[in-house]
Design a protein around this ligand. Structure first.
Ligand code: GDP
Length: 443
């Protein structure tokens, strides 16, 4: 969605690229271009003026830097100011305080509130929270059913709202039910209207008084550009918002809303909707978006996405193996290697219900590099067949493995014994049994 802005800006930077020195004059000229590019992207007029004024001032103030080309210097200043404009580091949800935490979703009809409520629940569950959904829109026919269907699809508890209930009663009862179900975060999907009107604001204020949400997220359709910003501002003045969910960023919106909302309302964009599917919502990272706008690519988001799918698939495969007690030394070795490189075995185990304790032990194991190296050396000295079927490791094989790894037969015995215990325990835990965890091999 920022393509044309990116094109325009890279043109500006290219023209600065050839300069040996930056003067007030050519910075001024560049800023004129930046201003046009931002206005064309539908960024709020005042925001554009403040932005270019600040960049100009800072770019001039840093002219003495050595070893950096003038163009790079300006890009750096523009990048920093873009990050600031997009919300700086303030975009994380703040859910401390009362339990369950409450997130109130507000916005106009059709902005994507209900869809975003479902998406947010899914995202928070991935972050190990236990979400609970509340349909409190009793006016739009089918709104309750829509959220209920999403909840069912996601297997997330949802309050059984009825169209003839008062929203305030729905919220009160839902909070009690969520508490009873030990959910950790409640997402309230409220009613939207086509325009802002006083009864709607009054209702939101009442719901806010009852629910005391830690976060009040305004859901805005990015395609509506500056209108979204104006409405966000009005909601903020009337009920107070703590953040924005910008939906339909997959469409051909020019980016003006994303770039103006924080500066106008003081509330940062916290999430962006990137499609109609429930998985299509992303945490909004100002630094990455700034990088994307400046054409530096959004490598981090890509990497993170790849990482989380791989881990989820791996966790599922491992859980299956463990359940059948088929988790063998080869699997263990693979995970140890990964753990050393990025600590991921721990996070994978955490995704398997019931194995949090083992994950914790592995976390503690990180300090024991020597022991880990020894364990790895022993496993490395085994043949693939032995790793897959540790039962075939007879005394003569043990001697060979010990010699190969520079350890003693006792070490090999200890590892095999502990691994066997660990495997049984994992399988027992996954089948619902209880028991104390044995120590990890060689710990
Ligand atoms: P509500 O009235 O605010 O609750 O809006 P809905 O959640 O019902 O969404 C209105 C329409 O926008 C639906 O057709 C959604 O599928 C669609 N929608 C919501 N979020 C996104 C998004 O991020 N991208 C796209 N392309 N469509 C979206």
């Amino acid at each position: 969605m920022f393509e044309s802005l990116t094109d325009r800006l890279s043109g500006v930077f290219r023209s600065l690229g050839g300069r040996v020195q930056l003067t007030e004059e050519n910075i001024q000229e560049a800023m004129r271009e930046v201003r046009l590019a931002l206005l064309e992207a539908d960024v709020n007029f005042k925001v554009v003026k403040d932005f270019t004024d600040t960049v100009k001032e800072k770019a001039l103030g840093t002219l003495v830097m050595k070893g950096v080309s003038p163009a790079q210097q300006v890009i750096k200043v523009v990048n920093d100011e873009l990050v600031h404009l997009l919300g700086g580091e303030s975009t994380e949800l703040k859910l401390q305080g009362q339990q369950p935490a409450v997130i109130l979703m507000a916005g106009l009809q059709g902005s994507g509130k209900t869809t975003s409520s479902g998406k947010l629940a899914l995202l928070l569950r991935k972050q190990k929270m236990k979400p609970y959904l509340v349909p409190a829109d009793v006016y739009r026919p089918a709104a309750i059913e829509q959220l209920r269907t999403l909840a069912k699809q996601l297997d997330i508890p949802c309050f059984d709202s009825k169209a003839d209930m008062k929203p305030a009663d729905i919220v009160q009862n839902a909070l009690m039910d969520a508490k009873e179900k030990q959910c950790t975060v409640v997402i309230l999907d409220t009613a939207g209207r086509l325009h802002i009107d006083e009864p709607l604001m009054q209702e939101l204020r009442t719901i806010k008084d009852i629910a005391k949400p830690q976060e009040t997220l305004f859901v805005a359709d990015a395609m509506t550009g500056q209108d979204a910003v104006t409405v966000a501002d009005a909601f903020n003045q009337q009920i107070g918002i703590t953040g924005v969910v910008l939906t339909k960023m997959d469409g051909d919106a020019r980016g003006g809303a994303a770039l103006s909302i924080k500066a106008v309302t003081g509330a940062p964009v916290k999430f962006v909707g990137m499609g109609e599917k429930l998985s299509e919502m992303e945490v909004f990272h100002p630094d990455r978006i700034a990088g994307r706008i400046l054409g530096m690519g959004d490598v981090l988001t890509l990497l993170e996405k790849a990482q989380s799918t791989i881990e989820q698939e791996e966790a599922e495969a491992l859980a299956k193996k463990m359940q059948k007690a088929k988790f063998d030394l080869e699997d263990f070795r693979t995970q140890m290697k990964r753990m050393r490189s990025m600590g991921s075995f721990e996070s994978i185990l955490k995704m398997i219900p019931g194995l949090g304790g083992i994950a914790k032990q592995l976390g503690e194991m990180k300090g024991h590099e020597k022991e880990i190296a020894k364990t790895e050396a022993i496993i490395n000295s085994m043949t693939m067949k032995e790793r897959r079927n540790p039962d075939i490791i007879n005394p003569s094989r043990k001697v060979r493995i010990a010699n190969g790894s520079g350890t003693k037969v006792q070490d090999v015995n200890q590892l095999l014994r502990q691994f066997d215990q660990m495997r049984k325990m994992m399988s027992g835990m996954l089948k619902g049994g209880k028991g104390k965890m044995p120590p990890m091999p060689n710990m």
